[in-house]
Design a protein around this ligand. Structure first.
Ligand code: CAA
Length: 448
């Protein structure tokens, strides 16, 4: 069977940076440790006044097409995943195609375009759609462009404000990919949940503490479903575990539960028995509550062991490096985690070809998906070509007052929008937001 997967990736971060411990925490009256140690975040990315989900997505896609030497006729499908869309009918992919057509001679008139919605998991669902389209033989040799783009803003003073971020990830999905091949097998954990939603409103209504529990419950279901179609997972089976990262502290919680699950009934549980005992089994307890308490205590002890800490340092920690610097990119977040892990491996000179990743995606509302990816022989060249550090370092550092203005600029409520705020950076060789059209559409232009 021909392999299908991600051939190349590009990111585009919002060009503004808000330092969380230094700038945001003092203004909120918070201890900086809440951000650096608790949530695991150093900074958030925000779009400048001329950036939005279309410009970030189009700029990432343009960079990707240029690097891979592609023309519009090489692309048969453009899928955009977002939960920050500004139009209930016209999909963001049409705006992005319109931008790209400004700089190419050809057009995307024969490409299928759409927009996917299921909170943060829709980036992975779009990847799945592209995979299925190619597998079904409907692609006529063409590639799919999947773009996950979001401006993850919360209402001011909502607890989620600490986890904001903005950026886009563009993924090229092809046969015989250079980066990773996707597994046919997937596991799902899905249920009707009310943890995070935006009923006809820009900023989310969030039950933050509950959303953390729902993430863990649905991810557990997805892992069990995945194991039912593959094999019981052992901690050593996967070199990296890129998971949806609303903030790194969330993944730290998920990783602890995952390791407990993966190490059950293995030589790892056996070897740790003298140090921390064996894992509690449900049948040994009279009540669910007593079992849960014992399991939580065991997990705390487990995370203190050298065995766990070295697994976490190798398999999970490298996937969080970029996220710490940019915050939550919603649909792009798990794809940032994959990139972060591969980038760290590249910088460590690791030989990953043929190794597997366990990818865990999540969207509130709620659904988790787990699948595997196999690293392909072209991965080093693909990662080497990226300018992630340069983009992050070039961001403009916001003061708190400037952050307040930027939040207003990107507030869809016209009364809040600070329309007279000057741009903080100068656009160069990129698509920019250029005002409103006669039917209320957003307009874009390419600045040389
Ligand atoms: N030093 C060290 N740690 C500290 C600290 C300090 N000075 N102060 C606080 N902390 C720790 C806390 O103990 C806590 O850690 P634990 O959860 O491990 O106990 C952590 O920092 C956060 O502190 P709080 O719980 O007090 O923070 P909060 O109540 O203000 O908000 C939140 C936390 C509920 C996650 C909030 O950020 C939120 O609502 N976020 C948006 C929702 C979200 O991201 N949910 C994640 C799952 S849903 C999802 O994944 C989809 C998505 O993308 C949105």
């Amino acid at each position: 069977m021909t392999s299908v997967g991600i051939d190349a990736v590009e990111i585009r971060t919002g060009k503004l940076r808000l330092d969380l411990p230094e700038t945001f925490a003092p203004a909120q009256g918070d201890d900086p440790g809440k951000y650096t140690k608790g949530l695991g975040l150093t900074a958030s990315s925000f779009p400048d006044v001329y950036e939005d989900i279309v410009t970030m997505g189009a700029n990432a896609a343009h960079e990707l097409m240029e690097r891979k030497g592609l023309e519009p006729e090489d692309i048969g499908r453009i899928d955009v995943a977002t939960e920050s869309a500004f139009d209930n009918s016209k999909p963001v992919s049409t705006y992005i195609a319109g931008c790209l057509e400004q700089v190419y001679d050809g057009d995307f008139h024969h490409a299928n375009k759409g927009e996917r919605k299921f909170a943060c998991i829709s980036g992975t669902q779009s990847l799945d759609d592209a995979y299925n389209w190619i597998r079904a033989g409907r692609n006529r040799g063409r590639a799919a462009l999947v773009i996950a783009t979001d401006t993850a803003l919360y209402a001011r003073d909502d607890p989620g404000e600490a986890t904001q971020g903005a950026g886009a990830v563009a993924l090229l999905v092809t046969e015989d990919p250079d980066l990773v091949e996707l597994s046919t097998e997937q596991g799902y954990g899905s249920a009707d949940e009310t943890d995070f939603l935006k009923p006809q409103q820009q900023f989310p209504s969030v039950d933050g503490k509950r959303s953390v529990q729902v993430y863990l419950a649905r991810m557990r279901e997805a892992i069990e479903d995945f194991e039912s179609v593959t094999e019981t997972i052992h901690p050593d089976d996967y070199v990296l575990g890129p998971f949806h990262t609303p903030f790194p502290g969330m993944v730290r919680k998920a990783a602890a539960l995952a390791f407990r699950h993966f190490s059950r009934d293995t030589e790892i549980e056996e070897a740790l028995a003298d140090e921390i005992g064996r894992q509690p089994r449900r049948e040994a307890f009279d009540s669910e509550e007593a079992f849960r308490e014992a399991a939580a205590d065991y997990t705390d002890d487990l995370t203190d062991t050298d065995t766990y800490q070295s697994w976490y340092a190798e398999t999970v920690e490298p996937t969080l490096t970029i996220s710490r610097e940019v915050g939550n990119w919603y649909t792009g977040s798990v794809h940032v985690a994959r990139l972060s892990g591969l980038k760290a491996a590249y910088e460590d000179d690791a030989d990953l070809t043929g190794e597997r990743l366990l990818v865990g995606s999540y969207g509130s509302g709620a659904q988790a998906e787990v699948h595997a990816e196999t690293v392909q022989s072209g991965w080093e060249e693909e990662i080497e070509a990226l300018d992630v550090d340069e983009q992050l370092d070039a961001r403009y550092e916001l003061t708190f007052e400037e952050y307040e203005d930027v939040h207003d600029v990107h507030n869809h409520d016209e009364d809040a929008g600070a329309s007279d705020t000057d741009q903080f950076t100068s656009p160069e060789a990129e698509f920019v937001f250029d005002g409103w059209g006669r039917m209320g559409e957003r307009k874009y232009t390419y600045v040389e």
